[in-house]
Write a protein that binds this ligand. Structure first.
Ligand SMILES: [Zn+2]
Length: 491
């Protein structure tokens, strides 16, 4: 059993009036002798909306818009952790619109020609002095498919030998809006059933090994996270959004040169099953290109926004030499989604203590797995970073868990993460012959157990356009306002 280094009970009670509070001190008190499992957030903690009422930051469960999250305060939970960072932001201060932490400037800006030391065989960093966002698609919008670049990518997919299944494009509105898709197990639509194929990476093989992932950056708070990870000598996997990469290329170079695993997360953070084949190809192609342009290497791994994939999306990814990483979903008898839901603090639909509670449930569930696990966290908003550096990572360290980037938790070297450095002998890329994406047996986990974040509740959710609200990106706010994109669980 784990040795308790510090027993610290943090009781955070966020009242309605505290949604825009003055920071106050956390009440610390001795409590239980071991980490407790509190009731998990109910489905009411999961944001939902209809396609005609796209969810925005601050939405509430009934799908109406609440721009300032001032309607229903999220539930809070008593928290017990083994350890926290002494400099942690108090939980009651980790609230929507938080601005309690200064951003950390980059310690180094890497010049063209610098050699990545952590990636054997990697080319020198390219010259990004002439990188021009005008040469890329508009931020946070699905890239147009009629450009020469995307047409070339489409032609390459057509020539790849992969057969793309004729699965209909989903409608906006998530599972309720797509009953035929839900009812068809052959599509293996993860969003509603958490169906996976053998080609999906959802766990780490070694028990109690944590595949650490942070999505949606780089953001202004990413350097805060990287600084802490550096202090702890921990590497992670960053699933970066193309629109963020072109906005902050030096940030991405810092992450990459620091030895972290860089993987793709599309260009505009769309729900891929709602996109046509051509639109999916455009999302994948631009996200690969911008990373290559900034780092000199092309990612092999991708995480679909919201985990929204079916066999059509899987086939297109494979045809484009991309391997899908989602996150762990517990086991059939004890089903917990390994999504901390940290992203939704900014939306006001979950409290900081609620996220810690999710995290505690994940760690308790992890001991029941025969494998390691992959946890979803985010580095787009300050609140998510505050929780990671203040609470979740210190807790994992105290529990003596092994945190690794996903590529390393798979027992592969970092060089296997990129096309230019991958040893295709030990990390073969998907091929159209012999490794059909559809060949793997489907496995569908049972519906969520009480206290878990069930598949059905997630399916009722709505897309959050994952751009840069809170990250200083105007375009994202425009997308929010227009409600361009619509319809699955928010992740
Ligand atoms: Zn995301």
């Amino acid at each position: 059993m784990l040795h308790i280094l510090v027993l610290l009970a943090l009781l955070a009670v966020v009242s309605h009036a505290q949604l825009h509070p003055r920071p106050r001190q956390v009440t610390a008190a001795a409590a239980a002798l071991s980490p407790s499992v509190s009731p998990a957030p109910s489905a009411s903690g999961i944001a939902t909306a209809s396609a005609s009422q796209p969810i925005v930051s601050g939405s509430v469960p009934n799908g109406t818009l609440a721009p300032n999250a001032s309607v229903v305060p999220p539930p809070t939970f008593p928290i017990t952790l083994l350890s926290t960072n002494p400099t942690a932001i108090p939980l009651p201060s980790i609230v929507p619109n938080a601005s309690t932490q200064a951003t950390v400037p980059l310690d180094t800006t890497y010049a063209a020609g610098a050699i990545p030391t952590g990636v054997p065989g990697a080319p020198p960093l390219p010259d990004i002095s002439t990188l021009n966002p005008a040469n890329y698609p508009p931020l946070d919008r699905p890239p147009p498919t009629d450009t020469a670049f995307v047409q070339q990518a489409i032609a390459q997919v057509n020539a790849s030998g992969f057969s793309i299944p004729s699965i209909p494009v989903n409608q906006l509105g998530g599972c309720p809006a797509n009953p035929a898709a839900v009812a068809d197990p052959n599509r293996c639509w993860w969003t509603c059933s958490q169906c996976t194929r053998s080609t999906d990476i959802i766990t780490c093989p070694d028990k109690m090994t944590w595949g650490s992932t942070f999505d949606d950056g780089p953001s202004p708070y990413t350097p805060n996270l990287v600084q802490y990870l550096d202090q702890q000598n921990i590497k992670t996997t960053f699933f970066v959004v193309g629109s963020r990469v072109i906005s902050r290329p030096d940030y991405l170079r810092s992450q990459y040169m620091g030895g972290h695993h860089i993987a793709a997360h599309t260009w505009s953070h769309t729900a891929l099953t709602t996109q046509t084949n051509e639109e999916i190809i455009a999302e994948f192609a631009w996200s690969k290109k911008v990373i290559k342009d900034v780092l000199g290497v092309t990612p092999i791994y991708i995480r679909p926004p919201y985990g929204d994939i079916d066999d059509r999306v899987r086939a297109i990814a494979a045809a484009m030499q991309l391997t899908i990483i989602i996150w762990t979903s517990g086991n059939a008898s004890n089903h917990i989604n390994y999504d901390t839901n940290d992203f939704n603090i900014d939306a006001g639909t979950v409290s900081a203590s609620g996220v810690i509670n999710n995290f505690t449930n994940i760690l308790n569930n992890a001991s029941t797995l025969q494998t390691g696990f992959i946890v979803l966290e985010h580095d787009l908003f300050q609140q998510s970073v505050d929780l990671a550096v203040g609470y979740t990572i210190p807790q994992a360290i105290a529990m003596k868990l092994t945190l690794k980037p996903v590529i390393n938790c798979l027992n592969k070297p970092l060089s296997d993460a990129y096309l230019e450095t991958n040893d295709n002998g030990t990390n073969p890329l998907p091929t159209a012959v012999g490794t059909s994406i559809i060949a793997g047996a489907a496995s569908t986990l049972s519906p969520g157990a009480p206290g878990s974040t069930s598949a059905s509740s997630r399916g009722n959710g709505a897309v959050q356009v994952r751009g840069g609200a809170g990250a200083g990106v105007v375009a994202a706010a425009q997308v929010f306002a227009l409600g361009v994109i619509g319809a699955v669980a928010a992740l």
